[in-house]
Ligand binder design. Structure first.
Ligand code: IFM
Length: 451
């Protein structure tokens, strides 16, 4: 498919992103407090080779050069997260002006470059003192988050016009509190259920703060949504797919858009219900302006004859990324169309999509990454198809601008369209970066009648 055929509407937002702990480094700079990821990554065996985000891409100091790369790319928007421990180092109480100064400079530099800032208020770096006091399973963490959001809005609310409250609450809750593979490394379903509910409530409270302090700003949340397909047309496999869809997708979509948890999954998890109090679900389901969709792959499942959990069916003939995730671009179109049909959000934005491959620099220093380019092109094509089908998709953010710290995988998974040479921190735009630059330029040219 040639870039010209992507045919995205004028005004479509071409973005890229990253998150605080994954790219900033500078963990001791300017009064930043300790987060659960600092603590977790420092524990033996938690991450590949004990790698941590202590230096990461050093975006904290190198952001001016990185904004230069964004400008050259023609990027319309940059998605980054704000580190709560930089702003409120102890989780509650004193606000750290120097921490906010960094985001103030970053927002101004993006705006000066003509790039819209898309900050995310929570991308998994809970201040450690709050984890020590109970973490996300404790309701008080929601109050602490609300106070942190007020401090951020008071500082940046005059310039930021698009806010994402929370990134992937499912991963934060279940990978962090049930599977123990992410910080804080707990392994309790009850904790994960409480954490998930409180993250949704934190979203609702943050949205209220944003509405009150910055009434013209757009508010959304980013969910990791994975389309689920049955391995066959049989009733049992279709029921298994419905079950997994409930566990990973509807558990978050239904409270946000319908104000209820899905009844079939509530029944499944009846011994560990979410700790709903009073009008929590009203707070969670207040209207928002966009739903952020983070999509990377799909699930194919069949029923377990013994009545257990849905069984994943591998697709050995398909292509897979270095994460082991199947490349299934039409799943993005299916997902976007399904979201429109089932939930009718006013706007959808693909806030994350991308692929990890084992990139190497060739003899002349360039990085050729044809698989990533193909992946991005096919998924962007899927977005264009969904738009043609009438789905209101307003933007697409590549994950990620820079190679960065991929959580428990450390630096072994490269998602960037810009290669980071970790020993020197040199940035090398990959072939996919130049491809994306051309897509953006052609789209703009077409919109202005030049293409
Ligand atoms: O790197 C992560 C990101 O932090 C959240 N979404 C998925 C990405 C790739 O695993």
């Amino acid at each position: 498919m040639s870039p010209a055929r992507l045919e995205l509407p004028s005004g479509f937002i071409f973005g890229a992103g990253g998150s605080a702990y994954q790219m900033e480094g500078a963990v001791d700079a300017d009064g930043r407090g300790v987060s659960i990821w600092d603590r977790f990554a420092a524990e033996p065996g938690r991450t590949r080779n004990g790698e941590t985000g202590t230096v990461a891409c050093d975006f904290y100091h190198r952001y001016p050069g990185d904004i230069g790369l964004m400008k050259e790319l023609g990027l319309g928007a940059f998605r980054f997260s704000i580190a709560w421990p930089r702003v409120v180092p102890s989780g509650t109480g004193r606000v750290n002006r120097a921490g906010l100064d960094f985001y103030d400079r970053l927002v101004d530099a993006l705006l000066a470059a003509g790039i819209e800032p898309y900050p995310v208020l929570y991308h998994w770096d809970l201040p450690q003192p709050l984890e020590d006091a109970g973490g996300w399973p404790a309701r008080a963490t929601v109050d602490a988050f609300t106070a942190y959001v007020e401090a951020v809005l008071d500082r940046l609310g005059d310039r930021v016009t698009s806010w994402t409250t929370c990134n992937e609450p499912r991963v934060a809750a279940f990978t962090g509190y049930q599977q123990g593979l992410h910080a804080p490394g707990r392994t309790s379903l009850a904790d994960a259920m409480a954490a998930a509910h409180h993250l949704l409530l934190a979203h609702g409270r943050a949205a209220q703060v944003i509405r009150a302090r910055s009434p013209r700003a757009r508010v959304g949340i980013s969910l990791d949504l994975t389309p689920v397909y049955p391995a066959s047309d049989g009733a049992a496999d279709r029921a298994a797919a419905r079950r997994l869809d409930g566990l990973v997708n509807r558990w978050f979509l239904d409270p946000l858009w319908r104000g209820v948890y899905p009844a079939d999954i509530l029944a499944h998890w009846r011994s560990t219900p979410p700790p709903v109090v009073g009008d929590d679900l009203l707070t969670i389901s207040r209207p928002i302006d966009f739903l952020g969709v983070n999509m990377y792959h799909r699930h194919v499942v069949r029923a377990d004859p013994g009545g257990g959990d849905p069984v994943h069916v591998p697709q050995p003939a398909a292509k897979h990324t270095e994460m082991g995730w199947e490349v299934f671009p039409s799943g993005l179109e299916d997902l976007l169309c399904r979201l429109r049909t089932d939930y009718r959000p006013p706007s959808l934005i693909v806030t994350e999509n991308g692929a990890a491959y084992e990139d190497v620099r060739i003899h002349d220093g360039r990085v050729q990454d044809p698989e990533r380019r193909d992946y991005l092109e096919a998924h962007l094509g899927s977005v264009a198809a969904a738009i043609r089908a009438g789905v209101p998709v307003d933007g697409y953010f590549v994950w990620a601008l820079l190679d960065n710290f991929e959580w428990a995988h450390g630096y072994a998974r490269r998602f960037g369209i810009v290669f980071v040479d970790y020993p020197t921190l040199e940035r090398v735009p990959k072939a996919s970066y130049y491809w994306y630059r051309d897509v953006i330029a052609r789209s703009r040219g077409a919109a202005s009648g030049a293409g």
